[in-house]
Each structure stands twice: as structure tokens, then as C-alpha cells.
Design a protein around this ligand. Structure first.
Ligand code: CO
Length: 134
């Protein structure tokens, strides 16, 4: 069902510092910040040859990333994102296997304007999983 690894997301307390770290220290190509109010995050994408890193910073009052950073003030890995070709078929198959889909189960547009869903970390070895239709 899952295809390529689309990105790994890292929650960061200082987005500009994290972007500079990836750009200057690690020598990667880094995007400008983009606000995603629907998801309560500001994102910066780090472009790698074979995948991407999504740097996440809280946006607004009720951001899940703010809660994450309260528990992990230095930041840390927040989720991994796999590509799927048909997100509704993937969702239905995952539910049939007993996996929990977060929210109301209806895909929302993610950071690339493509439909995404999140899967409960307790069902996936303690890792929050995003699936994105490509
Ligand atoms: Co993501």
C-alpha cells in the first residue's frame, strides 16, 4: 500500500535556527517558511536527493506542535509521511486492519496541497504516521 517515504517531520522550537542549521551546517536546500493555519503549523521543507525533512513550528493558540514541544523542548521527530496512490482506499484498508485514523477520517490538504491523513501512533510502534496521496 505505502510507496515512497515523502518526508520526515521534526518539531523545532526555533524555526529560523533549525532552517539555518540544515542550510548552513548540513548544506541542504531549504525552502522559505509557509504557514498552514488549518494544521496549526509553520513549515520549512529541506529538500534531499531522495526525500524531504519537514521542520514544524507551532502556529496559533491550539497547535499540536506546541503540546509536543512542551514535552520535548529541544524538539524531536514528530511524524513520518508515506506516499499512497489512493488515500480513500488506503484509509479503508487500514481501518479494516484495525488501525485508527485520526480526526474525522476525511483527508485534509497537507503541506503540498495534496490530501493527507494521520494514523494513531499507538497502532504504529509509537510513531505518528501521515499518508499523502501523490
Ligand atoms: Co508531514
Amino acid at each position: 500500500m505505502i510507496g515512497r517515504l515523502n518526508h520526515i517531520a521534526i518539531a523545532v522550537p526555533d524555526l529560523a535556527a533549525a532552517a539555518a542549521l540544515y542550510r548552513d551546517t548540513l548544506g541542504a536546500k531549504v525552502s522559505a517558511p509557509a504557514d498552514l493555519p488549518e494544521h496549526g503549523v509553520t513549515t520549512v521543507f529541506v529538500e534531499l536527493e531522495n526525500s524531504k525533512i519537514e521542520l514544524l513550528h507551532p502556529l496559533g493558540d491550539n497547535s499540536a506542535i506546541a503540546k509536543y514541544l512542551e514535552r520535548s523542548p529541544d524538539g524531536g521527530m514528530h511524524h513520518i509521511c508515506f506516499e499512497v496512490t489512493d488515500i480513500i482506499a488506503a484509509r479503508d484498508q487500514l481501518r479494516a486492519e484495525g488501525a485508527r485514523v485520526l480526526g474525522n477520517g476525511e483527508p485534509r490538504n497537507g503541506a503540498h496541497g495534496k490530501p493527507v491523513l494521520f494514523l494513531h501512533p499507538k497502532d504504529f510502534c509509537g510513531t505518528l504516521i501521515e499518508i499523502e496521496q501523490i
